[in-house]
Design a protein around this ligand. Sequence first.
Ligand code: OXD
Ligand code: MN
Length: 602
Amino acid sequence: MALTKHQELNEWVDKMAQLCQPDKIVLIDGSEAQKQQLTEEACSTGELIKLDQEKLPGCLLHRTAANDVARVENLTYICTRLKDDAGPNNNWMSPEEGYRRAGEIFEGSMKGRTMYVIPFCMGPVSSPFSKIGVELTDSIYVVLNMLIMTRVGKDVLEALGTGGEYSKCLHGKEELNANKRLILHFPEDNTIWSVGSGYGGNVLLGKKCLALRIASFLARKEMWLAEHMLILGIEDPTGRIDYIAAAFPSACGKTNLAMLVPPEGLKKKGYRIWTVGDDIAWMRIDTDGKLWGINPEKGFFGVAPGTNSKTNPNCMTTIKKNTIYTNVVLNPDGTVWWEGCDDEPVAEGALDWLGQPWKPGMKDKDGKEILGAQANSRFTAPIEQCPTHSYRLEHHHGVNISAIVFGGRRAHLAPLIYQSFDWSHGVYVGATMASERTAAQYGKQGEVRRDPMAMLPFCGYNMADYFEHWLRMGVRMRWQPKIFHVNWFRQDENGEYLWPGYGENLRVLEWILARCRNEVEGVKTAIGFIPYLKDIDMTGLDVSKDKMKKLFEIDPQAWKKEAEDIVEFFQKFGNRMPLELWAQHEALNRRLDELGGTKLKG
Ligand code: OXD
Ligand code: MN
């Protein structure tokens, strides 16, 4: 019997099966029974470990290979016919070379294994925002993660019908061999091939590969935005909800911000936060001329270390059941542990993320502490388990976006918050974002790298064209969201954080809302508007005036230096770079000369 009613899809699955030569092909139908059966199978082979089902019902643990713990930007390629279309922001290979090189690795790679066929939908099934994909994989871990992260199964095939469009996604573990690892995107063919890895960001192909790289390419063609952004709603005591989309590089606290708990001091104001998404936003201009957004995902794939009841209590509730943990410590009682969680590590009998006996305080031969959980260890959990999840998650047209926030991890330079002068300046602010590298990426941690709109690793085409696209989107909108930049990570001269972050960030979001509603004035500086200090509600928070001053300090010399760095970055894109952004750059330089640094106003 044919696999599906979609003839072309069946033919593609056949063709990929001829290449990979699996023993069996199994269609994933999204049923609980099939999920249970696959879970049992993976537990019997050791691919997954069942955790204590009373303390952590439905929870599982997976360990990746030691060399396979993060996204591999150096092995991630955009395969367009013309190299320039991929741009200097991407590694490039021609489609012929990509299919040939990966094809050689895929050849026969699923012998003795099963190929699972996962029909999935990014976004609510049948929403005009949504896109369908089909992922072929030989990993049960991938299947079970996709069941949490995306909408999977019969409804999706129904929506696809007999001839609907879908992204062709092929994944193979191929012994998790780093020398045979390639993450290839063929945007012109709506195709993704990923081989040699088992790490989420490389293999859950609906996420970074489809929902960002391929989707960004499609979004430019179809006039919408696919962004590396969380979406949260802030409900005020009158019941009005404003939605904010915010872009931060990986591991900069997007998940925490998306589930923020109002701080004690602001509790009596009665704000409520609604979580729409923590990682990806797809946004379209609706017939009202406003920007509307959805979260195409249905789960969280979040970073475990540092997650606890203080930093993110809603997340802690979310991950107590039906969660897949990856690369954390296994306690002898079948529970899990990671650095910066609520509990003390157990003294005896724990296994580290590699499955080796581990004790707190263990050191390696160079005297460096051995981490129990891998620094980029993760949890995969359903969004509907989050106490703050938005009731709009299944709404086909999403939520209206009032503000866009860009943010980076900068020890110096960027103030706590500033607002761009207008859309075009806001695009410049996003295009010049920079952040210090974290454990989610390979490379030297702490080093500042430019990461425009937090999309550097995820923009599936030439970023100069992407900036142009953002500018055009602004022109098309009748109501443009206001654009802001935040930095929760500014430090003083002793390396101490100046701002407490987490729930206290609501104080900054409150100013953003007040600006969107034209309720407060801003102080004009060379880089944008900053708040009058009186407009940031500090009730119940003890941050000295001196620290506040430092948080908002704008050092014209340091900004001039930043501007030079920006020139170097923009120049990489040659004459494809939109002139409008160069004009914004000139204007910044002029304002730095004219206005100099900040004069904070009370
Ligand atoms: C992620 C990332 O996993 O950005 O979300 O790396
Ligand atoms: Mn991300």
